[in-house]
Design a binder for this molecule. Structure first.
Ligand code: IVH
Length: 676
């Protein structure tokens, strides 16, 4: 059979399975038996294994075995389930430790102790025990809200239903990883793409009877909310978990310095093949809980932990074409289409070439044979070109000087920080005027960290855009559901689900709302800072009228680049229209102060000079934890100027002129130690 026929036969099977999925999941009325369905799936996977050029986004190898049910109740985590930052090499680890040393104002790393734990490649779950009884089990969800999967979790033998050990906390949320061992996966491998999908699919499906048939395992490693627990470090906590009846990882270790962390990483990378389940790195956690508390969290991940991923996997392939993709900020990213290769179990057919400079530097051309790397979560990229294999008539790649979408001029901006021209070329259109940028902006608007609208994925946005159903973000809240129901692939149930997820997101925090607007240089962290400063929507509307924008410079972390970008954003009429239209259909919640009963409530502070025994970052975090506010300039809004060693004289003098209280470190500490 030639390749065309093989592909045709394959696509017929894919279409069949899609139809059966629709009958099963959307209409709840399967037309074939489970056995026949499984056989069809098996045939598709066998074909894909035999002919690596066969690939399809609707293949069962791309989708988890069981489609997650929309029926799970959403429950808010009392303590968010965050993710971890990644380290890929020694340099990243050194930086991680350096930041900790600086934050905690330590002299060196001698006193730092880590808990090093293999990073299991499964699905995290949170188990809530009250009075020793397993009350509720949640999936991670978006980290803030999870799904109630109690019944499915109850089928896992490693999860105790009740714990009667003395001193077990009155209420505790035990967190760990649900996974499937590689041997058990072999038995069901025709149903799932990999062990992680098997765990995720079986954990998040409708019927717990189905889950009970999959030999899932659970290993515990941390906790969320806890009431009354007297343990002061992670190693002791892991020991307690074991005592309470949970499985912990036998390869967990307490380690003191970077050198030994790296040795342990090497050892585990070697050992990986012998471990009965998939691990994809080692998690390092600062062992001491007090230090963890002091270090706290950055946007999405703790400052006190990092995942050290196992090393990259490489493969050789050939560049078939170079395409230019447009990002939501107008960046032109060259992407190489390569002959599909299997790298570490994943088929790779697209690799990023980063930017124009990278293509020039590596002289990457269409037709070249290249070495491709796929490391952890990083997008696959080209490491090097095999010049010996280059065709004689190959030509240099000419990077387009005009936007491939709207034809506008493209530029490389001058970067004020590096005093160099950017490596990235950008479309000069203002945003929504350029079609491809507009689509990317809408994808950003609905993305997980922004509006997080379930069921409105990237492909659906593209489809709705082409059908003119969504042209601007506000159209999402005014969709023509009758039209959607008529579309191929949409049924009454899926439309009802979509409508429900959209309606649910009509209430949104100011912080997420600002982030979702996609203002350049305003990522999650900056959106949070701005939201806290503005407190409520009317103040954002004032910014949009070009009022008070310069006041944002009082926020620590917001600099001239961000201010300039916000000004530009609100100069654009389409952006203004989006803001006003969204305001009509949404309820944007004001910021609830994190702790408005703190000792420094309603007071503003600024630091100048070097403090003793505490880093600037920690001092700022302490002020904020106690409800104080940091500002960046000496002005009338400032209440206290805290002076350390060698303060900036100009700041002190300005403060004197304005009658601002000038206090030293001891006086500030006294304010914090006052018992209320
Ligand atoms: S601690 C605040 N410990 O890795 C972070 N996570 O990228 C708490 N994971 O979602 C996570 N093994 O699914 C932690 N020993 C371990 C882990 C581990 C695997 C997973 C977990 C988490 C992800 C973070």
């Amino acid at each position: 059979m030639d390749n065309v026929l093989i592909k045709k036969n394959y696509l017929i099977k894919i279409k069949k399975i899609q139809d059966h999925n629709a009958h099963y999941y959307e209409k709840n009325k399967p037309t074939i038996s489970d056995g026949e369905y499984d056989q069809l799936k098996r045939e598709i996977i066998i074909l894909e294994k035999k002919f690596i050029f066969l690939k399809n986004k609707n293949s069962p190898s791309n989708t988890v075995g069981f489609k997650p049910s929309k029926n799970f109740k959403k429950v808010k985590h009392k303590v968010p389930m965050l993710s971890l930052g990644n380290a890929f090499n020694e340099e990243d680890l050194k930086n991680f430790e350096k930041k900790i040393i600086n934050f905690l104002s330590l002299k060196n790393s001698n006193t730092i102790e880590y808990s090093a734990e293999p990073k299991i490649d499964g699905i995290s779950a949170s188990l809530i025990y009250v009075g020793g009884k397993f009350l509720k089990g949640l999936s991670r969800g978006d980290g803030i809200e999870g799904e109630d999967i109690t019944q499915n979790l109850k089928t896992i033998k490693d999860i105790p239903h009740s714990i009667s050990t003395k001193n077990f906390p009155q209420e505790i949320d035990i967190r760990g990883e649900v996974f499937i061992e590689n041997n058990d996966f072999k038995i069901i491998s025709e149903k799932f793409a990999n062990p992680r999908n098997a765990a995720s699919g079986s954990l998040r499906q409708k019927h717990s009877v189905v889950t009970s048939k999959i030999p899932l395992k659970f290993i515990a490693y941390t906790h969320g909310y806890v009431k009354n627990m007297n343990i002061d470090n992670q190693t002791d906590f892991l020991k307690k978990l074991k005592l309470w009846g949970f499985k912990t990882n036998p390869f967990n270790k307490k380690i003191k310095n970077l050198k030994d962390l790296i040795l342990n990483h090497k050892y585990l990378e070697e050992k990986r093949k012998e471990i009965p389940f998939d691990i994809d790195g080692v998690v390092y956690k600062i062992n001491n809980f007090d230090l963890q508390k002091r270090l706290g969290f950055a946007a999405n991940a703790p400052r006190w932990a990092i995942a050290h991923k196992f090393s990259a996997t490489n493969s050789i392939s050939q560049i078939l074409n170079i395409e230019i993709q447009l990002g939501r900020t107008g960046a032109l990213t060259p992407v190489a289409k390569i002959k599909p290769v299997n790298i570490g179990g994943v088929m790779v057919s697209n690799v990023t070439l980063h930017n124009e400079d990278e293509i020039v530097r590596k002289d990457i051309r269409i037709g070249d044979t290249v070495s491709v790397e796929r490391a952890g979560d990083v997008i696959p990229h080209v490491i090097s070109v095999d010049l010996k294999k280059r065709e004689k008539n190959s030509k240099r790649f000419i990077f387009p000087l005009n936007c491939p979408s709207c034809g506008s001029r493209t530029v490389k901006e001058f970067n004020e920080t590096t005093k160099k021209k950017d490596a990235v070329r950008r479309c000069t259109s203002e945003g929504y005027e350029c079609e491809k940028i507009a689509i990317e902006k809408i994808k950003h608007f609905v993305s997980k960290e922004a509006f997080n609208i379930d069921g409105l994925g990237k492909k659906i946005i593209e489809n709705f855009w082409n059908l003119k159903l969504i042209k601007l973000p506000q159209n999402i809240f005014d969709l023509n559901y009758n039209e959607i129901q008529k579309l191929e692939g949409w049924g009454r149930l899926s439309v009802t689900n979509l409508r429900y997820s959209i309606d649910q997101k009509k209430k949104i925090s100011l912080e997420r709302f600002i982030y979702s607007l996609g203002i350049r240089h305003i990522g999650q962290e900056n959106a949070k800072l701005i939201a806290r400063h503005l407190k409520a929507l009317p103040n954002l509307l004032k910014l949009s009228e070009s009022k008070n924008i310069d006041n944002l410079s009082n926020i620590d972390g917001i600099g001239p680049t961000q201010i300039e970008s916000i000004k530009n954003f609100f100069l654009n009429k389409i952006n203004l229209n989006i803001l006003y239209e969204l305001n009509k259909s949404l309820s944007i919640e004001s910021v609830i102060p994190i702790n408005n009963e703190g000792l420094l409530n309603n007071r503003t502070f600024m630091l100048t000079g070097k403090l003793t025994g505490i880093s600037r970052a920690e001092a700022k975090s302490l002020i904020e934890q106690n409800s104080g506010k940091i500002i960046n300039n000496v002005n009338k809004k400032l209440d206290y100027l805290i002076t350390g060693e060698k303060p900036t004289i100009k700041k002190v003098n300005n403060a004197k002129v304005l009658g601002i209280q000038i206090i030293n470190q001891q006086e500030w500490i006294k304010m914090l130690n006052k018992t209320s």
